[in-house]
Design a binder for this molecule. Structure first.
Ligand code: SAM
Length: 269
């Protein structure tokens, strides 16, 4: 998969993709990430990329001409043909739809993503209309530029590509992961908590030492009873989701046992 990032700060990305999984994916040729300096698509002495907003008000707006030229230089299919070519141009914007794990899964099915990073008050809206397939926000807060958002999208999308993670299972069996159809339920009907978060947050993890600053690792995890470990993990995932992200429970794939655990957790609060 190829990612192209259009930005006025290409140096922002120096080093950001040079670690861990992302670095390995690039080194192994599974992904290619290119950054493009928006100022290379200007034609005036000052390499101007911004101008004052029509209608007045604070700040500056990124001009449409350099951005359109930059997108057009990528050699993409015309906007209406991009479904077939499996390419998308994405505008990073606080006004965008929220980037989630399920959007990342959708993007991981594409061949090429072009990410436009806004700055100042944002991007001339005509660029959005003419060139972009979607507008994405990485969260309900305002950043000073789209670069961090672009890096987040590249990272979250790329780790879902086949071959990028050492263990393919890791990207399914984690927070926001889909339930694993193959292991949807054990014979006793309980979900395989080590297989597929089914829309819940991940359960807590522990490693050695078994005791640290007076806190012991939960006994069940050292016991070797796999059914008990699965049940414990499922309970903790439900507890954590209830505590930190109760909104996720509305869409999570819950068994009857899950619902009973939740009822118990709520009554114990
Ligand atoms: N005036 C804009 C608004 O209120 O929605 C904010 C502009 S922001 C200061 C400058 C740029 O940062 C945006 O054009 C966008 O590219 C990026 N940006 C800001 N917040 C973002 C977010 N939550 N997700 C993705 N990009 C964001």
């Amino acid at each position: 998969m190829r990612f192209d990032i259009i930005t006025i700060f290409p140096e922002f990305f120096n080093g950001i993709f040079s670690h861990g999984v992302v670095k390995r994916a690039i080194a192994n040729g599974l992904v290619d990430v290119q950054t493009h300096d928006l100022r290379n698509f200007t034609h005036d002495k000052h390499r101007t990329v911004d101008d004052r907003p029509f209608g007045g008000g604070e700040g500056m707006v990124l001009k449409p001409e350099p951005l359109m030229e930059a997108v057009e230089s990528m050699g993409l299919a015309a906007k209406r043909e991009r479904d077939a070519s499996r390419e998308q141009v994405i505008l990073l914007s606080a006004q965008g739809a929220k980037f989630t794990q399920s959007v990342a899964r959708e993007l991981a099915g594409l061949e090429r993503l072009v990410l436009l990073c806004g700055r100042y008050e944002g991007v001339d809206e005509r660029v959005n209309e003419l060139a972009c397939d979607r507008e994405l926000s990485i969260g309900d807060y305002v950043l000073s530029g789209g670069e961090l958002g672009a890096a987040v999208i590249v990272d979250a999308t790329m780790r879902l590509l086949p071959g990028v993670l050492g263990n393919e299972a890791s990207s399914t069996f984690e927070s926001f992961g889909r339930a694993d159809e193959e292991f949807a339920g054990d014979e006793d009907g309980s979900p395989r908590s080590t297989h597929g978060a089914g829309g819940l947050l991940d359960y807590p993890h522990y490693t050695r030492p078994a005791e640290f600053r007076g806190l012991a690792v939960p006994e069940v995890l050292a016991g070797g009873d796999h059914a008990a470990i699965r049940r414990w993990r499922r309970e903790r995932a439900l507890e954590k989701t209830l505590r930190n992200r109760p909104d996720l429970l509305e869409k999570a794939e819950l068994s009857r046992e899950d619902r009973e655990i939740l009822a118990w957790l709520k009554s114990a609060r």
